[in-house]
Design a protein around this ligand. Structure first.
Ligand SMILES: Nc1ncnc2c1ncn2[C@@H]1O[C@H](COP(=O)(O)OP(=O)(O)O)[C@@H](O)[C@H]1O
Ligand SMILES: [Mg+2]
Length: 307
């Protein structure tokens, strides 16, 4: 991609806390308009990366350039362009939901005539219109997270950063938070830090794997999955209980085939690509009961990558 398409450029960033090296010469480009996932185990450096990008922390060395501004020169401009949902949002407990949003709208300099419509729009987006006159201290964790999402979006930022947005939420609330993110996709530049691989796989255009303060692989979920051994797992259920040696011998002849296993009438075959699937299934003739192919998951990639 051309350099003008890079919205955030993280260049040779180092950050230590005492003798803990949280970020170790980190380099990463985030393109304008993409949804980039940063995945990695606890302690990988995800939150530190985000806090540096949002100018909450300073690096020991290196630079982060956000839409042309360096964190060293222009943190105020950078902050105005980013909406940040922290890992543990700190809300003002005694505020009513609506007043909290109004407070942040004023803080971020949203033009006066736009504040109320913006609040309505966001309350609607996060499904909180009916709770807008209630105080934060009456909210469950899920409702707090919804209002925190609205708060992060109040100044209509170009860049939105979600740090573990669904951690600790019930499945239904987590799904609705993912849905808000999906609605923003394509309209904003988004970073999503998560240790849930399925979440990254579902939502992200590209994923960067972070481990011990360094970026390993970066690419689309499909690209990352295609890089690991056994691109496809083909399972064929047969009605045949007989010794499958002849079938097995024939299947192993195919160029795409890795390993072939047989148990309880089911063949499990790892394939390097999908081009020969039809021909392989033909070998079974009329003994086929069902056929299934399975992709490796991002979790497989992750385990492979951080080993
Ligand atoms: N304020 C801090 N003080 C001391 N150590 C910290 C601080 N913030 C982060 N760390 C350490 O830096 C490393 C990276 O942490 P973090 O960026 O929070 O990782 P992640 O978000 O991927 O779980 C961890 O070892 C963590 O303990
Ligand atoms: Mg974190």
């Amino acid at each position: 991609m051309a350099s003008e398409d890079v919205m955030i450029k993280i260049e040779s960033v180092n950050k230590s806390f005492g003798n803990i090296k949280a970020l170790d010469n980190l380099n990463l480009d985030i393109y304008r308009g993409e949804l980039l996932g940063i995945i990695g185990p606890n302690g990988a450096g995800k939150t530190t990366t985000i806090r540096l990008t949002c100018c909450v922390l300073k690096p020991d060395s290196g630079d982060i350039v956000v839409d042309g501004s360096s964190i060293h020169d222009d943190p105020i401009t950078i902050k105005s362009k980013i909406g940040y949902l922290p890992e543990e949002p700190n809300l003002y407990e005694r505020f009513k939901a609506r007043d909290l949003l109004r407070y942040f709208a004023e803080l971020y300099g949203v033009p006066k005539n736009q504040i109320e419509p913006r609040i309505e729009e966001l309350l609607e987006l996060v499904g909180m219109t009916h709770r807008s006159e209630d105080r934060i201290n009456t909210f469950s964790k899920g409702l707090r997270q919804r209002i925190s999402v609205a708060r992060a979006l109040i100044h209509d930022p170009e860049i939105i950063i979600f740090d573990e947005p669904t951690m600790g939420l019930d499945p239904a609330t987590a799904a609705s938070i993912r849905n808000f993110i999906r609605q923003l996709k394509g309209k904003k530049t988004i970073i999503l830090c998560t240790h849930y691989m399925e979440e990254a796989d579902l939502l992200c255009d590209r994923v960067a794997i972070l481990n011990k303060g360094r970026v390993g692989d970066v690419g689309t979920p499909d690209y990352l999955k295609s890089k690991i051994h056994g691109d496809v797992i083909l399972t064929v259920k047969t009605d045949s209980k007989r010794e499958p040696t002849t079938i097995k011998d024939q299947i192993t002849q195919f160029e795409s085939v890795g390993t072939v296993k047989f148990a309880d009438g089911i063949f499990s075959i790892t394939l390097k690509h999908r081009n020969e699937i039809a021909a392989i299934v033909d070998v079974f003739g009329s003994h086929v009961v069902s056929v299934n192919t399975q992709e490796p998951t991002l979790n497989d990639v992750f385990i492979h990558s951080v080993k």
